[in-house]
Design a protein around this ligand. Structure first.
Ligand code: ME8
Length: 509
């Protein structure tokens, strides 16, 4: 039986104004999910929308529609964006789904019945845009430490979740499972800044608005939106329902990929909820950095971005995917601008990859009418290229396991760079002048096409549509990952299709 792999993105607040930063988590998760599928894992890839809470209720009021109408309309925007980015999710969960709401109610009741949730009174600060409670000492200059906006004083009857009871168990768990929080810097931040100073019990219900999951036994309360949202990772699998087959099969999650600002929720509240429910903890929470513009936030109010679909229309989906996967070492913050996107597309996709495929097919058609034949023994210069090509899969595997995604992609592009150099060194156009060289020339072109095939097979998870275009142009059916360990599986004496430009060079604006 195949090994299972369960990967999630955060569930997004529904929005009409997604920007390239929002696409970041999901493109990365998609590449990992596709990589695992091609490696033979039975993958479940979850994404969705986080639709409750005060922020959504306010937006609906501003638009004069009910919150449900508001989210129903806008959720399509997320689905459309993921479609345009070729996101291969297995399930899209909405926190307004009936099955989710019922299970959140059951979870809340279970925690209450066993004494982990109790009733009290909440007095403190609340940041509505972040849906976060803060204590006075956590504020910076009296403002929300995450987003710098005003916080409100709230004072209401509320239910509390006994985080404090689980503090020592959580610290033990994190220390004994070094991969649980990654990268390491985020783990240190969580332990030193949040957990060790002491966890306070968390307010987990609100009464001052009603757009949320009602507490089943006290319906003037709605469940705190983060408790509701985090539960999606298990409600999506049918936890506490009649049919919990998926839950039994896929839980615990192998990887929750989240932005760095929400690592706190995923490595404190979420594991404590799971401990209280007697469930296993996810194997890893990875907190990635942000895409920023000129070092600052991508912001609707600053008007410094376009809809990601505009970039896709202009430069192609794989240019956008490639930028997100390649430009920034995974884990760090990185700058985004249209110029940087154009530079990356020109330097790697057009100059290295596009040019290689185009000129190799062009030469094969010109010299041998597009027939690719492996004729001669290999020479030293061939073996250098071949050795790199057959070892590439292992290298990429290791980097993908360590979530060094940008390095993994660079490993693949190193093969394409080596191919370009191999063309410059072997000079097929010189060999073509003398018919005595034709067998050698044919073998050189075979080596190039086979290397392009190997690179394209590995590119599938990252640039799915480009990989398919290459397979069509070189006319191969050898596209599975298990064709990667041997050089020479490209169909001998095969006929190429006509080359088509994969990436046009773009003029800088
Ligand atoms: O946080 N660069 O949803 P969300 C990189 N609903 N990533 C960015 C980014 C940027 N500039 N801007 C946003 C939520 N993101 C909650 C999650 S999960 C149980 C609930 C990422 O719509 C952000 O870090 O605000 C997060 O991973 C994702 O977009 C969704 O953010």
């Amino acid at each position: 039986m195949n090994k299972k792999y369960y990967i999630t993105t955060p569930i997004y607040y529904p929005s009409a104004n997604f920007h390239i930063g929002h696409c970041y988590t999901t493109i990365i998760a998609d590449a990992i999910a596709r990589y695992k599928r091609l490696s033979g894992y039975d993958v479940f890839f979850l994404t969705g929308t986080d639709e409750h809470g005060q922020k959504i209720q306010k937006k609906a009021e501003e638009s004069n529609v009910s919150p449900q109408e508001y989210v129903d309309k806008i959720v399509e925007n997320a689905k459309d964006l993921w479609k345009s980015l070729d996101i291969s999710y297995d399930k899209f969960i909405r926190t307004t789904d009936k099955e989710h709401v019922e299970v959140v109610q059951k979870i809340f009741k279970k925690l209450y019945d066993q004494g982990d949730i109790y009733k009290g009174e909440y007095k403190g600060k609340y940041c509505t845009p972040c849906e976060s409670f803060w204590t006075e000492t956590q504020l910076i200059d009296g403002k929300c430490p995450d987003c710098g906006r005003e916080v409100n004083e709230v004072s209401e009857e509320a239910y509390f979740f006994k985080l404090s009871k689980y503090q020592d168990r959580l610290v033990d768990y994190i220390e004994n499972h070094p991969n649980f929080i990654q990268p390491q810097s985020r783990k240190n931040e969580m332990i030193n800044n949040f957990i060790k100073p002491g966890l306070e019990d968390l307010c987990v219900s609100r009464t001052s608005f009603n757009w949320g999951v009602p507490v089943s036994f006290d319906d003037k309360h709605v469940v705190y939106v983060w408790l509701d949202a985090l539960s999606n990772y298990i409600t999506a699998l049918g936890y506490l329902t009649k049919d919990d087959t998926l839950f039994k099969k896929y839980w615990p999650a192998d990887l929750h990929i989240v932005g760095k600002e929400i690592v706190r929720f995923h490595t404190i509240i979420w594991p404590i909820m799971l401990m209280a429910l007697g469930l296993e903890l996810p194997k890893q929470v990875y907190g990635h950095g942000w895409l920023v513009i000129n070092g600052g936030k991508i912001s609707k109010s600053l008007g410094n971005y376009k809809d990601p679909r505009d970039y896709i229309k202009e430069y192609g989906v794989d240019a956008v995917r490639y930028f997100a996967l390649r430009e920034v070492p995974f884990g760090n913050d990185g700058n985004f601008s249209e110029d940087l996107l154009i530079n990356r597309t020109n330097s790697d996709l057009a100059n290295i990859l596009g040019n290689l495929v185009n000129r190799t097919i062009g030469m094969s058609i010109k010299y041998f009418n597009g027939i690719v034949s492996n004729k001669e023994e290999k020479e030293d210069i061939d073996n250098d290229l071949i050795n790199y090509a057959v070892k590439l899969k292992n290298k990429v595997d290791t980097n993908m396991d360590n979530l060094e995604i940008s390095v993994a992609l660079d490993n693949i592009f190193e093969l394409f760079r080596k191919c370009n150099k191999y063309i410059d060194d072997t000079m097929p156009w010189v060999l073509y002048k003398d018919p005595n060289n034709y067998d050698r020339l044919s073998t050189i072109l075979y080596n190039l096409i086979e290397s392009i095939r190997i690179g394209a097979v590995l590119l599938q998870p990252f640039l799915p549509s480009t990989a398919n275009k290459i397979f069509f142009q070189i006319n191969t059916k050898q596209v599975a990952f298990d064709t990667l360990t041997k050089f020479g599986l490209y169909e001998n004496n095969n006929h190429l299709n006509n080359p088509e430009v994969l990436f046009q060079r773009i003029n800088m604006k």
